[in-house]
Design a binder for this molecule. Sequence first.
Ligand code: GLA
Length: 386
Amino acid sequence: MQTLSSRVTQKFQEIFSSQAALLVRSPGRVNLIGEHTDYNNGFVLPAAVDKAIYMAVERRRDDDVQLFAMDLDQSYRGSLRPPLTQSALHWPNYILGIVGQLRNLGLTVGGFNCVFAGDIPLGAGMSSSAALENAIIFSLNQLFGLGLDPMTMVRLSQKAENEFVGLQCGIMDMFASMFGRKDQVIRLDCQSLEYTYFPFRTEGLRLLLLDTQVEHSLASSEYNVRRQQCEAGVKLVQRQHPSVRSLRDVSLEMLNTLVAPADELIYRRCSFVVEENARVVAGTEDLQRGDLAAFGRKMYASHEGLSRKYEVSCVESDWLVDQLRDAGGVLGARQMGGGFGGCTINLVQADTIEALVERIAPLYRKAMNRELKWYIGQIENGTSVV
Ligand code: GLA
């Protein structure tokens, strides 16, 4: 069977009658624990996976951009002359947003041709959009010799998403997609941007992703509201503690005395974040000790918080986590990513997976009237030239 990367280069040749100058692979990500902590200056524990976007590019002589998204069978052509305007198609905006960020820095980006395809399930909380942004910024960096370092590219990808696409996301997705390393998870301190790799020794365990097939639409949804609620909590604490900058500086005690009496909803949101941060720190210690059972318990606790306190879960995710809690061979389960659908991430004994999925899928269909999809999250390297 033809690989995805060769299909992309072949399509490029067909459309542009030339060989691509560059082929880049940019992966999706999983996050083991630490959800909704990134934009609160907290900790996350993601890894890049074996599902990725492949992008072929070459420079053009003019200032135009010609793009082809193979999975959607859609093309886009436009001028890069300022001002850049949003496309009515959604996907070109990820690419145009990156060009805009590079231009803001005074960097020279000329016209280019681009073909891409991927196997990251869309809307499944595995960060296909971050992978696309990283793919294009990485490609343009090489193509136009911009000399950007990986962390700068990550920050620009995030900024493009914030400003051009309108989702006030944190840095985790782009970071994990760019910095991923085979068989390692990365603990990122989203405040200092310091990061540490930890070998993910799973010995007989796998990361099973169960796709609810509920498409989350984060931008139009509650994601940005959660961000504002966290900021509101910080403001309440700042009245007494003016030096506090984010929920990273906030303790449960501060929340109990200063936020709980003022606003119960804001209290619940903020206490989830503070607890989730503590879970990442302790969970990394579990991993270092090789205590995956303890790590798994924190995944369940994380889900409980996401569902009850942060309220970013959905009935389908809750149902799956409940089923897995009662199944044998499952150490931990929780909803992953921004929420309101997408995938659950589950730490499961490898030899039980097939029987488990075979048993759960028909029950899921019956209970939720949806097809369950599943993937094994294999941890791979981050964005690179193929
Ligand atoms: C989305 C965002 C990330 C992060 C997660 C929740 O994936 O893009 O920045 O906030 O949700 O942890």
